[in-house]
Design a protein around this ligand. Structure first.
Ligand SMILES: C[S@@+](CC[C@H](N)C(=O)[O-])C[C@H]1O[C@@H](n2cnc3c(N)ncnc32)[C@H](O)[C@@H]1O
Length: 245
């Protein structure tokens, strides 16, 4: 589900697997590693981790459908013995501890990101790492119509910036081990294309029948607004890794 990044292994073409390569470089994944994927979507990252290592992963998503698709993919890959996916809330994570907690484009959906970070980091084993990848608004994005469209379209209630996430992790007693800006690896479309698509989207919302179709169009509009924030340098796509002492 996550963003495609320019991939040197594919001549610079964006791929969703590029983020997995970056994570694998950033995280210690060994035979004994246990991983919690908080907001795991359909489990694509867990599959990648399991293929690269002997780690055992547990994922949480709010969506029954994502969980079912993930479980089917794990079974097809013959990895169901090491990968588990559950429907649940990452604010109430499993009681066991993990060597690695991953949150890719999922913290943004939390109504209270500070509380979510606190809940997730209490599940880190001593020396364990948390890796967060997300859209991080620059201070100049606050109060802009584009940020409001993005937050409303994607149901992102309380988005933290990079500095706020780093401060929160420090407050929780974690040490920052990596702060990597991946913005330049995104490939947002041109301003002209984004403006044309936003106009089309606006018109379609007037004639759309049914709440479901309107909701889908609002979500697309949120994505267009996000791309325009990237185009205008008002949003960063970042990876932050921190370690528990
Ligand atoms: C944009 S998707 C990202 C999925 C995945 N991390 C990836 O990289 O493809 C956001 C995910 O966050 C999950 N999510 C949002 N709020 C959540 C919560 N409170 N508890 C658990 N999962 C949550 C959604 O169910 C969804 O799977």
């Amino acid at each position: 589900v996550h963003r495609a990044l320019a991939d040197p292994r594919h001549g610079g073409q964006p791929t969703v697997s590029r983020l997995h390569d970056i994570l694998a470089e950033a995280l210690p994944l060994t035979a004994v590693t246990t991983v919690l994927d908080a907001g795991c979507g359909m489990g694509g990252t867990m599959l990648d981790v399991a293929r690269r290592s002997h780690a055992r992963c547990r994922g949480i998503t709010l969506s029954e459908r994502q969980a079912a698709l993930g479980r089917a993919a794990f079974a097809r890959a013959g990895l169901a013995d090491r990968l588990r996916i559950e429907v649940g809330d990452y604010d109430d994570p499993p009681t066991e501890t993990f060597d690695v907690v991953i949150a890719i484009e999922s913290l943004a959906h939390s109504p209270n990101p500070a509380a979510t970070l606190s809940a997730l980091t209490t599940r880190l084993a001593p020396g364990g790492h948390i890796a967060i990848v997300d859209d991080l608004p620059e201070p100049g994005a606050r109060g802009t119509p584009a940020l409001a469209r993005f937050q409303s379209g994607w149901r992102v209630p309380a988005l933290l910036g990079g500095a706020e996430i780093r401060a929160e992790l420090a407050r929780l007693g974690l040490t920052l081990t990596l702060d990597r800006d991946l913005t330049h690896e995104l490939r947002p479309r041109s301003r002209l294309t984004l403006a044309a698509l936003a106009t089309l989207n606006y018109g379609l919302r007037f004639v759309a029948r049914g709440t479901r179709m309107r909701r889908l169009l609002e979500s697309y509009d949120g994505g267009l607004a996000l791309e325009s924030l990237y185009r205008d340098g008002l949003m960063r796509y970042g990876l932050v890794v921190a370690q528990r002492g």
